[in-house]
Write a protein that binds this ligand. Structure first.
Ligand code: PHE
Length: 350
Protein backbone atom coordinates (compact mmCIF):
# COMPACT_ATOMS: atom_id res chain seq x y z
CA UNK A 1 0.00 0.00 0.00
CA UNK A 2 1.28 3.47 -0.83
CA UNK A 3 1.58 5.48 2.34
CA UNK A 4 -0.35 8.54 1.21
CA UNK A 5 -3.99 9.34 1.88
CA UNK A 6 -4.78 9.00 -1.83
CA UNK A 7 -2.74 5.84 -2.30
CA UNK A 8 -4.26 4.10 0.70
CA UNK A 9 -7.84 4.90 -0.33
CA UNK A 10 -7.11 3.90 -3.95
CA UNK A 11 -5.77 0.51 -2.88
CA UNK A 12 -8.74 -0.28 -0.62
CA UNK A 13 -11.59 -2.55 -1.64
CA UNK A 14 -14.11 -1.23 0.91
CA UNK A 15 -17.14 0.96 0.21
CA UNK A 16 -15.54 4.24 1.24
CA UNK A 17 -14.28 6.47 3.98
CA UNK A 18 -15.71 9.64 5.46
CA UNK A 19 -13.07 12.06 6.70
CA UNK A 20 -13.15 15.31 8.61
CA UNK A 21 -10.63 17.56 10.31
CA UNK A 22 -11.17 19.20 13.68
CA UNK A 23 -9.03 22.34 13.57
CA UNK A 24 -9.35 23.06 17.27
CA UNK A 25 -7.75 19.83 18.43
CA UNK A 26 -5.76 19.36 15.19
CA UNK A 27 -7.21 15.87 14.86
CA UNK A 28 -8.52 13.84 11.95
CA UNK A 29 -11.67 11.74 11.97
CA UNK A 30 -11.85 8.74 9.61
CA UNK A 31 -15.04 6.71 9.42
CA UNK A 32 -14.39 3.72 7.20
CA UNK A 33 -17.26 1.67 5.79
CA UNK A 34 -16.05 -1.61 4.36
CA UNK A 35 -19.06 -3.75 3.45
CA UNK A 36 -22.77 -3.34 4.19
CA UNK A 37 -24.23 -6.53 2.69
CA UNK A 38 -25.36 -7.74 6.13
CA UNK A 39 -26.63 -4.40 7.47
CA UNK A 40 -25.56 -0.89 8.47
CA UNK A 41 -21.89 -0.50 9.28
CA UNK A 42 -21.06 -0.83 12.95
CA UNK A 43 -17.75 -0.91 14.78
CA UNK A 44 -15.75 0.69 17.52
CA UNK A 45 -14.20 4.14 17.67
CA UNK A 46 -10.48 4.22 18.30
CA UNK A 47 -8.93 7.42 19.61
CA UNK A 48 -5.14 7.35 19.48
CA UNK A 49 -2.15 9.52 18.70
CA UNK A 50 -0.63 8.88 15.29
CA UNK A 51 2.52 10.37 13.83
CA UNK A 52 0.80 10.95 10.51
CA UNK A 53 -2.93 11.11 9.64
CA UNK A 54 -2.39 8.40 7.04
CA UNK A 55 -1.41 5.96 9.80
CA UNK A 56 -4.81 6.53 11.42
CA UNK A 57 -6.51 6.06 8.06
CA UNK A 58 -4.66 2.76 7.46
CA UNK A 59 -5.80 1.54 10.87
CA UNK A 60 -9.41 2.56 10.17
CA UNK A 61 -9.48 0.72 6.83
CA UNK A 62 -7.93 -2.50 8.15
CA UNK A 63 -10.11 -2.50 11.26
CA UNK A 64 -13.28 -1.86 9.20
CA UNK A 65 -12.47 -4.87 7.05
CA UNK A 66 -11.95 -6.92 10.20
CA UNK A 67 -15.41 -5.87 11.39
CA UNK A 68 -17.02 -7.16 8.18
CA UNK A 69 -15.59 -10.60 8.95
CA UNK A 70 -16.32 -10.32 12.66
CA UNK A 71 -20.03 -9.68 12.04
CA UNK A 72 -20.24 -12.34 9.33
CA UNK A 73 -18.39 -14.89 11.46
CA UNK A 74 -20.81 -14.21 14.31
CA UNK A 75 -23.80 -14.24 11.93
CA UNK A 76 -24.96 -10.78 12.98
CA UNK A 77 -26.91 -8.31 10.82
CA UNK A 78 -24.31 -5.55 10.66
CA UNK A 79 -21.79 -4.31 8.14
CA UNK A 80 -18.10 -3.73 8.64
CA UNK A 81 -17.04 -0.26 9.70
CA UNK A 82 -14.64 1.42 12.07
CA UNK A 83 -13.79 4.93 13.12
CA UNK A 84 -10.38 6.25 14.00
CA UNK A 85 -9.94 9.64 15.59
CA UNK A 86 -6.30 10.40 14.96
CA UNK A 87 -4.92 13.02 17.26
CA UNK A 88 -1.49 14.49 16.65
CA UNK A 89 -0.75 15.62 20.20
CA UNK A 90 -2.02 15.24 23.75
CA UNK A 91 -5.35 16.89 24.50
CA UNK A 92 -6.63 18.35 27.74
CA UNK A 93 -10.03 17.22 29.01
CA UNK A 94 -11.94 20.13 27.44
CA UNK A 95 -10.27 19.68 24.07
CA UNK A 96 -10.96 15.97 24.17
CA UNK A 97 -14.65 16.53 24.99
CA UNK A 98 -14.95 19.09 22.19
CA UNK A 99 -13.34 16.61 19.79
CA UNK A 100 -15.82 13.89 20.82
CA UNK A 101 -18.66 16.37 20.22
CA UNK A 102 -17.22 17.20 16.80
CA UNK A 103 -17.10 13.48 16.04
CA UNK A 104 -20.66 12.93 17.30
CA UNK A 105 -21.86 15.70 14.97
CA UNK A 106 -20.35 13.75 12.04
CA UNK A 107 -22.32 10.67 13.12
CA UNK A 108 -25.46 12.81 13.12
CA UNK A 109 -24.70 13.84 9.56
CA UNK A 110 -24.29 10.18 8.54
CA UNK A 111 -27.77 9.49 9.97
CA UNK A 112 -27.07 5.94 11.14
CA UNK A 113 -24.92 4.78 8.23
CA UNK A 114 -22.32 4.14 10.94
CA UNK A 115 -23.01 3.09 14.52
CA UNK A 116 -20.30 2.85 17.07
CA UNK A 117 -19.04 1.63 20.41
CA UNK A 118 -15.93 1.49 22.57
CA UNK A 119 -12.51 0.63 21.18
CA UNK A 120 -8.93 1.43 22.18
CA UNK A 121 -8.70 4.94 23.62
CA UNK A 122 -12.45 5.42 24.19
CA UNK A 123 -14.54 4.61 27.24
CA UNK A 124 -18.19 3.74 27.93
CA UNK A 125 -18.56 7.31 29.28
CA UNK A 126 -17.36 8.67 25.94
CA UNK A 127 -20.01 6.53 24.25
CA UNK A 128 -22.73 7.96 26.48
CA UNK A 129 -21.65 11.43 25.42
CA UNK A 130 -21.49 10.49 21.74
CA UNK A 131 -24.76 8.56 21.98
CA UNK A 132 -26.62 11.41 23.65
CA UNK A 133 -25.63 13.79 20.88
CA UNK A 134 -25.92 11.44 17.91
CA UNK A 135 -28.18 8.53 18.85
CA UNK A 136 -25.74 6.26 17.03
CA UNK A 137 -23.77 4.65 19.85
CA UNK A 138 -24.41 0.95 20.43
CA UNK A 139 -24.52 -0.52 23.91
CA UNK A 140 -25.85 2.73 25.31
CA UNK A 141 -29.28 2.73 26.94
CA UNK A 142 -30.87 5.28 29.28
CA UNK A 143 -30.16 3.15 32.36
CA UNK A 144 -26.68 1.87 31.60
CA UNK A 145 -23.74 2.00 29.23
CA UNK A 146 -22.14 -1.29 28.39
CA UNK A 147 -18.44 -1.93 28.40
CA UNK A 148 -17.73 -4.56 25.71
CA UNK A 149 -14.44 -5.55 27.40
CA UNK A 150 -15.74 -8.25 29.79
CA UNK A 151 -17.87 -9.83 27.03
CA UNK A 152 -14.86 -9.91 24.73
CA UNK A 153 -12.83 -11.45 27.55
CA UNK A 154 -15.43 -14.20 28.05
CA UNK A 155 -15.31 -14.98 24.32
CA UNK A 156 -11.52 -15.24 24.44
CA UNK A 157 -11.71 -17.44 27.53
CA UNK A 158 -14.02 -19.95 25.85
CA UNK A 159 -11.98 -19.62 22.64
CA UNK A 160 -8.86 -20.64 24.56
CA UNK A 161 -10.82 -23.67 25.80
CA UNK A 162 -11.65 -24.62 22.20
CA UNK A 163 -7.99 -24.30 21.21
CA UNK A 164 -6.78 -26.34 24.19
CA UNK A 165 -9.33 -29.06 23.42
CA UNK A 166 -8.21 -29.20 19.80
CA UNK A 167 -4.51 -29.32 20.65
CA UNK A 168 -4.44 -31.33 23.88
CA UNK A 169 -7.78 -33.16 23.99
CA UNK A 170 -9.10 -31.28 27.03
CA UNK A 171 -10.50 -27.72 27.23
CA UNK A 172 -9.48 -27.31 30.86
CA UNK A 173 -7.31 -24.23 31.46
CA UNK A 174 -6.23 -25.39 34.95
CA UNK A 175 -2.46 -25.79 35.03
CA UNK A 176 -2.01 -24.36 31.53
CA UNK A 177 0.53 -21.55 31.13
CA UNK A 178 -0.93 -18.51 29.41
CA UNK A 179 0.85 -15.28 28.54
CA UNK A 180 -1.55 -12.32 28.37
CA UNK A 181 -0.05 -9.37 26.51
CA UNK A 182 -1.80 -6.13 27.44
CA UNK A 183 -3.89 -5.91 30.60
CA UNK A 184 -6.44 -3.32 29.52
CA UNK A 185 -10.18 -3.46 29.08
CA UNK A 186 -10.06 -7.07 27.84
CA UNK A 187 -6.72 -8.41 29.11
CA UNK A 188 -7.54 -7.68 32.74
CA UNK A 189 -10.91 -9.48 32.94
CA UNK A 190 -9.40 -12.31 30.88
CA UNK A 191 -6.48 -12.68 33.29
CA UNK A 192 -8.95 -12.71 36.19
CA UNK A 193 -11.05 -15.48 34.69
CA UNK A 194 -8.03 -17.56 33.74
CA UNK A 195 -6.49 -17.22 37.21
CA UNK A 196 -9.76 -18.15 38.88
CA UNK A 197 -9.93 -21.24 36.69
CA UNK A 198 -6.48 -22.30 37.87
CA UNK A 199 -4.29 -21.31 34.92
CA UNK A 200 -0.66 -20.25 35.33
CA UNK A 201 -1.09 -16.68 34.05
CA UNK A 202 1.77 -14.37 33.09
CA UNK A 203 1.18 -10.73 32.25
CA UNK A 204 3.10 -8.30 30.14
CA UNK A 205 2.19 -4.64 29.62
CA UNK A 206 3.97 -1.57 28.29
CA UNK A 207 3.01 0.18 31.51
CA UNK A 208 4.77 -1.39 34.51
CA UNK A 209 2.32 0.07 37.01
CA UNK A 210 -0.64 -1.39 35.12
CA UNK A 211 1.04 -4.79 35.00
CA UNK A 212 1.84 -4.88 38.71
CA UNK A 213 -1.64 -3.66 39.72
CA UNK A 214 -3.17 -6.43 37.57
CA UNK A 215 -0.79 -8.99 39.02
CA UNK A 216 -1.72 -7.99 42.55
CA UNK A 217 -5.40 -8.35 41.68
CA UNK A 218 -5.16 -11.69 39.87
CA UNK A 219 -2.18 -13.40 41.49
CA UNK A 220 -0.54 -13.66 38.06
CA UNK A 221 3.18 -13.19 37.48
CA UNK A 222 4.58 -10.16 35.63
CA UNK A 223 6.95 -10.69 32.72
CA UNK A 224 9.00 -7.86 31.24
CA UNK A 225 8.72 -6.97 27.56
CA UNK A 226 12.28 -8.28 26.99
CA UNK A 227 11.49 -11.63 28.55
CA UNK A 228 8.18 -12.17 26.83
CA UNK A 229 9.39 -13.85 23.63
CA UNK A 230 11.47 -16.36 25.56
CA UNK A 231 8.50 -17.52 27.66
CA UNK A 232 7.70 -21.15 27.07
CA UNK A 233 3.90 -21.24 27.34
CA UNK A 234 0.91 -23.23 26.15
CA UNK A 235 -0.97 -20.13 25.02
CA UNK A 236 0.08 -16.67 23.91
CA UNK A 237 -2.87 -14.28 24.18
CA UNK A 238 -2.22 -10.94 22.44
CA UNK A 239 -4.70 -8.46 23.91
CA UNK A 240 -3.29 -5.10 22.90
CA UNK A 241 -2.21 -3.62 19.58
CA UNK A 242 -2.34 -5.49 16.28
CA UNK A 243 0.36 -6.94 14.01
CA UNK A 244 2.28 -8.70 16.80
CA UNK A 245 2.38 -11.81 14.58
CA UNK A 246 4.87 -11.01 11.84
CA UNK A 247 8.01 -12.40 10.18
CA UNK A 248 10.12 -11.03 13.02
CA UNK A 249 8.13 -12.54 15.92
CA UNK A 250 6.72 -15.79 14.53
CA UNK A 251 10.08 -17.62 14.44
CA UNK A 252 10.62 -16.60 18.08
CA UNK A 253 7.27 -17.78 19.45
CA UNK A 254 7.50 -20.54 22.04
CA UNK A 255 3.87 -21.52 22.39
CA UNK A 256 1.44 -24.14 21.11
CA UNK A 257 -1.49 -21.78 20.62
CA UNK A 258 -2.06 -18.13 19.81
CA UNK A 259 -5.48 -17.05 21.06
CA UNK A 260 -6.10 -13.45 22.12
CA UNK A 261 -8.38 -10.46 21.71
CA UNK A 262 -6.33 -7.96 19.68
CA UNK A 263 -7.76 -6.93 16.33
CA UNK A 264 -5.60 -7.55 13.22
CA UNK A 265 -3.05 -9.76 14.96
CA UNK A 266 -1.44 -10.89 11.71
CA UNK A 267 0.70 -8.32 9.94
CA UNK A 268 -0.36 -9.89 6.62
CA UNK A 269 -2.48 -12.96 5.77
CA UNK A 270 0.77 -14.80 4.95
CA UNK A 271 1.61 -14.79 8.65
CA UNK A 272 -1.33 -17.15 9.23
CA UNK A 273 0.41 -19.63 6.95
CA UNK A 274 3.71 -19.11 8.77
CA UNK A 275 2.07 -20.00 12.09
CA UNK A 276 0.52 -23.09 10.53
CA UNK A 277 3.90 -24.15 9.12
CA UNK A 278 5.40 -23.83 12.59
CA UNK A 279 2.66 -26.04 13.99
CA UNK A 280 1.19 -23.27 16.13
CA UNK A 281 -2.60 -23.31 16.40
CA UNK A 282 -3.96 -19.82 15.69
CA UNK A 283 -7.47 -18.72 16.68
CA UNK A 284 -8.50 -16.19 13.99
CA UNK A 285 -8.75 -12.82 15.73
CA UNK A 286 -12.13 -11.73 14.46
CA UNK A 287 -13.73 -15.01 15.54
CA UNK A 288 -12.28 -15.25 19.05
CA UNK A 289 -12.60 -11.54 19.84
CA UNK A 290 -16.21 -11.11 18.69
CA UNK A 291 -17.73 -11.29 22.21
CA UNK A 292 -18.00 -7.52 22.69
CA UNK A 293 -19.48 -7.04 19.24
CA UNK A 294 -21.93 -9.91 19.77
CA UNK A 295 -23.12 -8.56 23.12
CA UNK A 296 -23.32 -4.90 22.08
CA UNK A 297 -24.94 -5.81 18.76
CA UNK A 298 -27.57 -7.94 20.50
CA UNK A 299 -28.27 -5.21 23.06
CA UNK A 300 -28.71 -2.83 20.14
CA UNK A 301 -31.18 -5.29 18.58
CA UNK A 302 -33.19 -5.24 21.82
CA UNK A 303 -31.85 -8.20 23.85
CA UNK A 304 -31.84 -7.36 27.55
CA UNK A 305 -31.43 -10.70 29.28
CA UNK A 306 -27.87 -11.03 30.55
CA UNK A 307 -27.79 -14.85 30.52
CA UNK A 308 -28.96 -14.90 26.91
CA UNK A 309 -26.22 -12.42 25.99
CA UNK A 310 -23.58 -14.53 27.73
CA UNK A 311 -24.87 -17.66 25.97
CA UNK A 312 -24.46 -15.98 22.61
CA UNK A 313 -20.89 -15.03 23.50
CA UNK A 314 -20.14 -18.56 24.72
CA UNK A 315 -21.04 -19.93 21.28
CA UNK A 316 -17.60 -18.76 20.17
CA UNK A 317 -16.26 -21.98 21.71
CA UNK A 318 -18.24 -24.26 19.39
CA UNK A 319 -17.67 -22.04 16.37
CA UNK A 320 -13.90 -22.12 16.86
CA UNK A 321 -13.92 -25.89 17.41
CA UNK A 322 -15.60 -26.29 14.03
CA UNK A 323 -13.10 -23.97 12.37
CA UNK A 324 -10.15 -25.84 13.92
CA UNK A 325 -11.60 -29.19 12.81
CA UNK A 326 -12.25 -27.97 9.27
CA UNK A 327 -8.72 -26.52 9.03
CA UNK A 328 -7.17 -29.73 10.35
CA UNK A 329 -9.04 -31.83 7.79
CA UNK A 330 -7.72 -29.64 4.98
CA UNK A 331 -4.27 -29.22 6.60
CA UNK A 332 -4.58 -25.46 6.29
CA UNK A 333 -4.48 -22.48 8.61
CA UNK A 334 -7.68 -21.78 10.59
CA UNK A 335 -7.45 -18.34 8.97
CA UNK A 336 -8.41 -19.94 5.65
CA UNK A 337 -11.29 -21.93 7.14
CA UNK A 338 -12.66 -18.90 9.04
CA UNK A 339 -12.41 -16.69 5.98
CA UNK A 340 -14.24 -19.26 3.84
CA UNK A 341 -17.07 -19.54 6.36
CA UNK A 342 -17.46 -15.76 6.62
CA UNK A 343 -17.38 -15.32 2.82
CA UNK A 344 -20.06 -17.97 2.39
CA UNK A 345 -22.25 -16.22 4.96
CA UNK A 346 -21.75 -12.84 3.27
CA UNK A 347 -22.65 -14.26 -0.13
CA UNK A 348 -25.72 -16.07 1.17
CA UNK A 349 -27.03 -12.86 2.77
CA UNK A 350 -26.30 -10.39 0.01
N1 PHE B 1 -14.46 -2.35 19.50
C1 PHE B 1 -14.84 -3.69 19.85
C2 PHE B 1 -14.55 -4.65 18.70
O1 PHE B 1 -13.70 -4.39 17.87
C3 PHE B 1 -16.26 -3.75 20.35
C4 PHE B 1 -17.31 -3.20 19.44
C5 PHE B 1 -17.84 -3.96 18.44
C6 PHE B 1 -17.83 -1.95 19.61
C7 PHE B 1 -18.85 -3.50 17.63
C8 PHE B 1 -18.81 -1.47 18.78
C9 PHE B 1 -19.35 -2.24 17.81
O2 PHE B 1 -15.08 -5.71 18.60
Amino acid sequence: MEQTLEGVVRAWDGDGVFSAYDARSESWVFIAIHDTRLGPASGGTRLERYDRPVDGLIDALRLAEGMTYKWAGAEMPYGGGKAVIARSRSLDADERDALLDFYAARLVSLRGAFQTGVDMGTTPEDMSRIGTISGHAVGVSPDRTEDPGPYTALGVFVGIRAALAHRFGSPDVAGRSILVQGVGDVGLPLAEQLSEAGADVRLVDLDDAVASAAAARTGAAVVSADEMWSQDVDVYAPCAVGATLNPDTIPRLRCEIVAGSANNQLLTPRDGGALHDRGILYAPDYVINAGGAIALGRIHLGERDEETLLDHVRRIEGRLSEIFAEAARADESPVVAAHGRAERYLEAHD
